[in-house]
Design a protein around this ligand. Structure first.
Ligand code: ADP
Ligand code: MG
Length: 440
């Protein structure tokens, strides 16, 4: 990908925007871009710049905390025409987001600046974003796929809902690609203490070289598959493995500030100006997108519910697979029905692609026998939730997973849900809490 039209190769210390930003280390990458930690020389004084220059020349790492430096994330887009177009669109969306939120309190990443950078592979659009920490996917992995305690899940939910309410109601924007990789924790560790290993969990968590799980390379595909193997939500005859959960106990997350922000507006659209029919990453895709029945803001609410389940249990809610005689799409619809009940006939047969999956009675054509297991039973049986926790959690989640998109609550309605203000009594992971209650 590092060729004409592709990524821009960056070395540590490279200057951008006439020397204003200096690259420090790679933070991540996606299909269209690489993202770098950079420091903004405009925020440092001359004395600081001289010390930093001298120290890097002498291979000393002087704590930049003395130097009052501001760190930013530099997203450098691939240079080909279509990527530049996509970046312009993302900048457009990010500008409206920033304009509508002058106090930067709506839990959405802030665009600070943008410019063009010419390199050997062409001209790259660059976005300067506020620097954030690790993603929710890294948090889930850090916790060894054991599920994060519900009190912390609630804190994350509040941030994401504030972001969604702002995007949907005030701006008319649909994100269309909500997933754990695209929600980043606020970095509570000052990157200047250790610019090489900052972020939030990175000092402990091994991060693959510049890796995230967004892109389309073979490496990422392999990682995605490995992850999907682990992710088995419902107990179904078509996939009944218990997944690859680590036998080690979950890590302690005490003291980690659970505030987060939504990022990656490369696929976002305005509700009245939609671009693509097929949206969303597979596991977080709403049924109306599979059936091509038309979509609106409520597709984000579906993805939100999938993410919340994954945070609380460590497993993806739906991890469909192609099987003998059925497609990934059909498996996906079957998994949804096994967990949420049969899809109403009118909805099942109402989409442009309905005929590919459903007969005229609204039954799946190729997957005939479904094993129903309601959400609260799954939480108790497989994830060992206490009965009350499971019931309360289901009362919050299941309305978001309504097959009828217009019946799903809005982000604002969710923010008013009592579940967000409940407090679970102990600080263990849900899975462990249930286990210990069982032993008692
Ligand atoms: P793409 O559109 O190419 O998928 P993203 O905006 O999702 O790009 O960014 C790719 C990755 O870079 C993210 O998954 C994350 O790991 C990292 N990243 C993006 N924005 C930031 C940020 N503001 N602060 C820290 N890391 C970031
Ligand atoms: Mg991304």
């Amino acid at each position: 990908s590092y060729r004409k039209g592709g990524y821009h190769a960056v070395r540590i210390g490279d200057p951008f925007a006439s020397g204003r930003y200096i690259a420090q280390r790679k933070l991540g990458w996606g299909q269209f871009s690489t993202v770098w930690l950079a420091y903004d020389t405009h925020s440092a004084n001359l004395y600081g710049i001289i010390i930093r220059f001298a120290s890097s020349f002498l291979f000393l790492r002087i704590g930049d905390r003395f130097l009052d430096t501001k760190y930013v994330a530099l997203k450098i887009q691939k240079s080909a025409q279509q990527f530049a177009q996509a970046a312009l669109h993302e900048i457009d969306v990010l500008c409206s987001i920033a304009d509508g939120d002058p106090s930067n309190s709506k839990c959405v990443v802030r665009l600070i600046d943008h410019f063009k950078h010419t390199g050997p592979n062409g001209q790259h659009l660059c976005m300067v974003l506020e620097f954030l920490g690790d993603s929710l996917l890294q948090l889930i992995r850090f916790n060894r796929y054991k599920g994060i305690e519900l009190n912390k899940v609630r804190e994350i939910c509040k941030c994401v809902l504030i972001a969604l309410d702002y995007l949907h109601r005030e701006l008319g924007i649909i994100h269309t690609d909500l997933k754990p990789e695209n929600i980043l924790l606020l970095s509570t560790i000052d990157p200047s203490r250790d610019p090489i290993k900052s972020g939030l969990l990175t000092p402990i968590l091994e991060r693959p070289e510049g890796g995230n799980l967004n892109g389309g390379s073979a490496y990422i595909e392999k990682k995605m598959k490995r992850r999907a193997k682990r992710a088995v939500a419902t107990i179904s005859s078509r996939r009944d493995s218990m997944g690859g959960q680590s036998s080690k106990p979950p890590r302690c997350l005490d003291g980690i500030d659970m505030r987060c922000k939504v990022v990656d507006f490369g696929n976002a659209c305005w509700a009245d100006k939609r671009f693509a029919e097929e949206i969303q990453t597979r596991q977080y895709r709403a049924p109306e997108v599979i059936l091509l029945s038309g979509y609106t803001f409520s597709v984000d609410m579906w993805s939100f519910a999938c993410i919340v389940f994954e945070l609380a249990t460590g497993d993806m809610m739906f991890a469909p697979k192609t099987g003998e005689g059925f497609s990934e799409d059909e498996d996906h619809l079957a998994l949804m029905m096994e967990l949420l009940g049969k899809m109403p006939r009118k909805i099942a047969v109402g989409g442009a692609r309905s005929k590919d999956f459903f007969d005229r009675h609204g039954d799946l054509k190729r997957i005939r026998r479904l094993k129903y297991l309601p959400l609260d039973r799954l939480l108790v049986n497989k994830y060992k939730f206490a009965e009350t926790d499971a019931r309360e959690f289901m009362e919050f989640l299941s309305p978001l997973l309504d097959f009828a998109p217009e019946k799903r609550p809005t982000a604002l309605q969710c923010l008013q849900h009592p579940w967000l203000n409940l407090r679970s009594s102990d600080g263990q992971s849900n899975v462990d809490a249930g286990m210990s209650k069982l032993k008692i």
